[in-house]
Design a protein around this ligand. Structure first.
Ligand code: HEM
Length: 498
């Protein structure tokens, strides 16, 4: 009886024509894909899954808002799938804290996001894991702490250049994007490369444009398509190919800088980040368990350049936009600057504790600006339970910082720019449920630097200028979502203050 089955099947296939075979094949593949896509038992629920695509999200709105909408239906924890990637989305302060702080060891890894994997190859700071990450992160945090003593001086010096270049606009409308990016990037360049660049340096500007476009493309529809279907997209042409070209250019530049540092390395001087790293490579030469090598140096430096430029520069651009939109708030900040700093000296970090209103405005900029709306994905290193759901080892977590920044149960007026959220009886009010730099083992290591830059650049600018939207272009809060959420290009007038 069994022997007859195979010839029967062969004769059946012979009777089918090519088209029917194709339909049978495709249907079988779709069914296999759907079975593979089934959520494991006791996995967080989510919208219906379709073959190949996974979850359909409303692409008419940005991803972080589309996901925010799903909390209404599924609560603070749910799952979505984009092509071959599955994400558990975690919302609200308590749930994010439970994952990132209470289960810090378990959610200390990064998932394999194809585009990031392609460019970083598992090296550096942001997308490495395990021993490599631990070693690189420890070194980066310690070195940034050592160099931190000079942060303030560097930012003060750079703020003078920023004020000068904005003065050149003579109160006329201009797009502040690359002036601000240049100033912020120069700080990370001074820390890592040991020098700053002139704002008119063509190569520097080209690198900043490459960096901005790379981030934009990674977060774009094409970037998401690449991450969802890497096996297919790897062979196709498309705008995302620019990511790799830009990345090569950035790598080439940093490699040149590293080569020069190697030539001039002085063991007796503390030096910049690259110098410190080269000394570490020397120290661990011959140690097979060490990951201090040039590939990791290259990727860590690019990580710092990328994360250290875009995030803070975006926050400062939001700050100027909010000041132009709310002149009465800008006036109050300027009044505080007059009272505490005056016009004759530069702002310094020690001023901050005497400036609760300005501090509250900057925190509100970070809340409403929501610069990294979905955090950076994490991955579980072992099986675990979250909110009663079973998450197997290797589950990718997306922590929605948006859900925290706009939580109706925490913020009095969540959708309005309102510095009062951070004030109490005229003093600065710390809010627990405010995590712009995330939390846990992989929380942002650049927080102190970012806060120094935000405070000094912002106060130095408002000390010298009043920011106003041009009459023909009132301020809007339109944004583009890449890895960061950045304002769409806008024009602003910087009117010199007497
Ligand atoms: C307003 C400015 C900034 C914001 C809002 C911000 C926010 C963040 C967030 C949300 C993460 C993800 C953390 C996680 O996975 O939980 C992150 C990671 C990171 N940030 Fe920042 N950041 C800022 C400035 C900076 C600066 C100035 C630097 C450079 C020193 C920096 C370096 C990094 C690095 C290297 C990581 C990856 C850390 C790791 O994977 O271990 N950031 N940042």
């Amino acid at each position: 009886m069994e022997l007859q089955v195979w010839p029967d099947l062969v004769s059946l296939l012979e009777k089918l024509n090519g088209w029917t075979l194709l339909v049978v094949l495709v249907t079988s593949l779709l069914i296999i894909d759907l079975v593979k896509k089934r959520r494991p038992r006791n996995f967080p629920p989510g919208p219906q899954l379709f073959p190949l695509v996974g979850t359909f999200v409303d692409l008419k709105q940005p991803l972080h808002l589309a996901l925010q909408k799903l909390t209404g239906r599924y609560g603070n924890i749910f799952s979505v799938q984009f092509g071959s990637l599955t994400f558990v989305v975690v919302n609200g302060y308590q749930m994010v804290r439970e994952a990132l702080v209470h289960q810090a060891e378990i959610f200390a890894d990064r998932p394999n996001i194809p585009l990031l994997q392609e460019i970083f190859k598992g090296f550096g700071l942001i997308s490495s894991n395990g021993h490599i990450w631990r070693q690189q992160r420890k070194f980066a945090s310690a070195t940034l702490k050592t160099i931190a003593v000079s942060f303030e001086e560097k930012v003060q010096e750079e703020s003078r250049y920023l004020v000068e270049t904005i003065e050149e606009e003579k109160g006329q409308p201009f797009d502040p994007h690359y002036k601000i990016n240049s100033a912020v990037s120069n700080i990370i360049c001074s820390i890592t490369f040991g020098n700053r660049f002139d704002y008119h340096d063509n190569r520097f500007q080209e690198l900043l444009h490459s960096l901005a476009e790379t981030l934009l493309l990674i977060g774009s529809f094409w970037g998401q398509l690449y991450n969802a279907f890497p096996l297919v997209m790897r062979w196709l042409p498309g705008p995302f190919r620019k990511i790799f070209r830009h990345w090569e250019k950035l790598q080439y530049f940093v490699k040149e800088v590293i080569a020069k540092h190697k030539e001039n390395l002085d063991q007796s001087e503390a030096g910049d980040y690259i110098d410190c790293y080269l000394k570490e490579i020397e120290k661990f030469k011959g140690d097979t368990s060490s990951y201090f090598h040039e590939e990791n140096l290259l990727c860590s430096t690019l990580d710092l350049f990328l994360t250290g430029t875009e995030t803070t520069a975006t926050a400062i651009r939001w700050a100027l936009l909010y000041m132009a939109a709310y002149p009465h708030i800008q006036e109050k900040v300027q009044l505080e600057i007059e009272t505490v700093i005056g016009q004759s000296r530069q702002p310094m970090m020690a001023d901050k504790e005497n400036m609760p209103y300005t501090s509250a405005v900057l925190s509100e900029v970070l809340r409403m600006g929501n610069v990294v709306p979905l955090g950076v994905p994490r991955m579980s290193t072992s099986d675990t339970t979250l909110a009663g759901f079973h998450l197997p080892k290797g589950t990718t977590l997306m922590t929605s910082l948006t859900s925290i920044m706009f939580d109706k149960n925490v913020w009095e007026t969540p959708d309005t720019f309102n510095p009062e959220h951070f004030l109490e009886n005229g003093q600065y009010r710390r809010r627990e449920a405010f995590l712009p730099f995330s939390a846990g083992k992989r929380a942002c290591p650049g927080e102190q630097l970012a806060r120094t830059e935000l405070f000094i650049f912002f106060t130095a600018l408002l000390q010298k200028f009043t920011f106003q939207a041009p009459a023909a272009a009132p301020p809007t809060f339109a944004f583009t979502l890449s890895l960061t959420r950045c304002p769409k290009p806008f024009q602003i007038c910087a009117l010199p203050r007497d």
